[in-house]
Design a protein around this ligand. Structure first.
Ligand code: NAG
Ligand code: NAG
Ligand code: NAG
Ligand code: NAG
Ligand code: NAG
Length: 243
């Protein structure tokens, strides 16, 4: 091979590599569909299950029950499979539904780990995992979702402590952690959540009293989990009680 041919060969290989690299990163409505098929496939033996019947490859994904697409991007924007008696896990493939804004899976029997791939969902504003059985620590990856406004993790059997990294969610308005098995101190960093309007913590084993300095900017609230407190400061509500 002379020098020109070698150069040509090298640059062609590079271009090829670049294109195939690019192609593997392209996410589209077909990616959304395959992610939802993976999610559905674990329920296929349950004949009463609405997803097994309704989420058919023969019909367009945007007509599937609980699935809403954005007309602008032609991608799945919302998933609402609440109260469908689903017993299974959340597969990592869900992290590929990159235009997802709202994810409501509350009132099921989902268990296992929340996959870290969910952190790829940068557009998420609403997460509803209430009333499931994750039995694990609250993952710290929620901090990677800059647009998150509502995080409902109540009654999910979460253990461990409240991750201080939640304080990075500058747009967070609602944080519901009621009825889990959370322990330890409420991180003072939670006081940095400048947009927070509702914080629900009752039904945990959060111990001791804590002074949340400059909580919600200029308010100072003394919260003792020993007693049930319902503090309403303007539109801000803090509710705490022992387990
Ligand atoms: C799935 O459910 C939607 C909404 O209820 C309905 O419009 C659609 O016809 C159903 N599709 C099938 C295949 O059952
Ligand atoms: C999901 O659907 C349920 C039942 O229709 C509804 O009550 C709930 O508000 C919906 N969730 C979201 C985030 O819209
Ligand atoms: C979707 O995500 C899974 C797991 O995170 C990954 O293995 C797969 O390659 C992704 N699919 C596409 C089409 O990008
Ligand atoms: C939590 O949810 C379970 C069902 O998943 C229910 O049986 C239990 O009563 C709930 N606990 C509270 C305190 O609401
Ligand atoms: C997220 O929060 C943690 C704990 O408060 C902090 O150490 C970290 O620097 C924050 N990260 C970003 C990106 O703000």
């Amino acid at each position: 091979m002379d020098r020109t041919n070698l150069l040509l060969f090298v640059s062609c290989s590079m271009i090829h590599l670049f294109i195939s690299c690019l192609a593997s990163n392209i996410l589209n409505i077909a990616t959304d569909q395959s992610a939802l098929i993976v999610f559905k496939s674990q329920f296929k033996h349950d004949h009463s299950n609405v997803l097994a019947r309704n989420w058919s490859s023969d019909t367009p994904i945007c007509s599937w029950i609980g699935v809403t697409c954005s007309s602008r991007h032609q991608r799945v924007a919302a998933i609402n499979v609440s109260n469908m008696d689903l017993s299974g896990i959340i597969p990592p493939e869900l992290g590929n539904i990159s235009f997802l804004v709202s994810l409501d899976m509350s009132g099921n029997k989902l268990h296992g780990n929340l996959p870290k791939e969910l952190a790829k969902l940068k557009r998420l504003k609403f997460i509803g995992f209430s009333f499931n059985r994750f039995s694990w620590k609250i993952p710290s990856f929620f901090e990677a979702m800059p647009n998150l406004q509502h995080l409902h993790l109540d009654n999910c059997s979460f253990t461990g402590s409240i991750p201080p990294s939640l304080s990075n969610l500058s747009k967070l308005e609602t944080l519901d952690l009621t009825y889990n098995s959370l322990e330890g101190m409420i991180p003072v960093e939670i006081g940095n959540l400048g947009s927070l309007k509702k914080l629900w913590l009752r039904g945990n084993k959060l111990s001791g009293s804590i002074l949340l300095y400059s909580m919600f900017r200029h308010w100072r609230v003394l919260i003792s989990p020993i007693i049930t407190y319902l503090v309403i400061f303007q539109q801000i509500r803090v509710e705490i009680s022992p387990a």
